[in-house]
Design a binder for this molecule. Structure first.
Ligand code: ATP
Length: 308
């Protein structure tokens, strides 16, 4: 008997089994979305690889909006339904949740190697039980988290990636890339997900977009334009996180996540300079610690917590 857990992003899907209240690490498997026509195919293949265990419950985190037991990935044409998953797995209990909501549910259990402190805040700072997960991956989104009595948390759904860019970020980008290239930077997600980093690099080099991991490798190898792209991108992430700090007041911490989020973690001096640049109400970002979620399984922990 096992619980089936899933974390489905625009690029990757991770599946795992949980037994006796904890995730079986051996079972965690990553599937590339491009290799499958549907999520049902991924589930079938995973269960076959795991010798068809009896599934009692399912929770799948999806990178897209969820309502009435249905969900659709924002960055891949896959749809999900609790009823269909129940039929496919024979489980009695099936729950679909947003992937950032899952990350929010995971925040209380992340520790050790799974979490790095990128920026400390004063120990005696005011506390308010609020934190925020900020994911920069194939997509962009946030999850506001509030502690509840007894160690539980409330994790709020949002579609922050589909908000308009703040004016200060828009103007910095306009200055760097010119009006023609600005047409692509229409929303927060278009600027801050992986394709935003790629688009920025393409605009600065005058070439076609390449994946973020390629820009990251070029920057590590000392390529000047890749480094200039990362410097500007990190400045912009700092400005955006200042906006998010004002909107959500996450005095317990802001948790950066996603492959793109992880790739800026060695540029925290630049991040901090723009995070704290605005003098008005600076005490709020100053009192906000910044963490990096390094654990690839974070959303899976959140799925398990969501079934509890
Ligand atoms: N080292 C890296 N540096 C910069 N960008 C990267 C790096 N590795 C992967 N990416 C980019 O990150 C994005 C994938 O993000 P992630 O690995 O967090 O996947 P995901 O879980 O599928 O995303 P999401 O949950 O947002 O849909 C792609 O745009 C990819 O090109």
């Amino acid at each position: 008997m096992a619980i089936l857990l899933g974390d489905v992003g625009g690029t990757n899907a991770r599946l795992a089994l949980a037994r006796n209240g904890s995730i079986d690490r051996q079972s965690v498997t990553r599937f590339r979305g491009d290799d499958y026509a549907s999520f049902d195919d991924v589930v079938r293949q995973f269960l076959q690889e795991q010798d068809q265990p009896r599934i009692t419950a399912v929770c799948v985190a999806v990178a897209g909006p969820v309502s009435n037991g249905q969900a659709r990935l924002t960055n891949r044409p896959w749809d999900f339904s609790e009823d269909r998953l129940a039929r496919l797995t024979d489980a009695d209990q099936v729950r679909l949740i947003n992937d950032l909501t899952a990350m929010g549910f995971a925040t209380p259990v992340l520790s050790g190697d799974g979490l790095a402190t990128l920026r400390s805040a004063p120990a005696g700072r005011p506390r308010n039980g609020q934190s925020l997960v900020v994911n920069l991956g194939t997509g962009f989104n946030v999850c506001a988290v509030r502690s509840l009595p007894g160690g539980a948390v409330a994790a709020l759904e949002a579609e922050e990636g589909h908000t308009s860019l703040p004016a200060n970020i828009y103007l910095r980008l306009l200055d760097a890339v010119g009006p023609e290239a600005m047409a692509g930077f229409i929303s927060t997600e278009e600027a801050f997900a992986g394709r935003g980093l790629s688009r920025l690099h393409a605009a600065l080099t005058g070439t076609t977009p390449v994946p973020g991991e390629q820009i990251d490798r070029a920057a590590d190898a000392g390529d000047p334009v890749a480094n200039a792209t990362y410097d500007l991108f990190t400045d912009l992430v700092g400005l955006l996180c200042r906006e998010l700090a004002m909107r959500f007041m996450p005095l317990e911490g802001m948790f950066l996540a996603g492959s793109v989020g992880r790739s800026i973690s060695d540029r925290m001096d630049r991040f901090e300079a723009s995070f704290l640049a605005e003098p008005y109400m600076r005490h709020i970002p100053e009192n906000t610690p910044i963490f990096l979620i390094r654990d690839d399984m974070a959303a899976l922990y959140g799925c398990l917590a969501a079934l509890a």
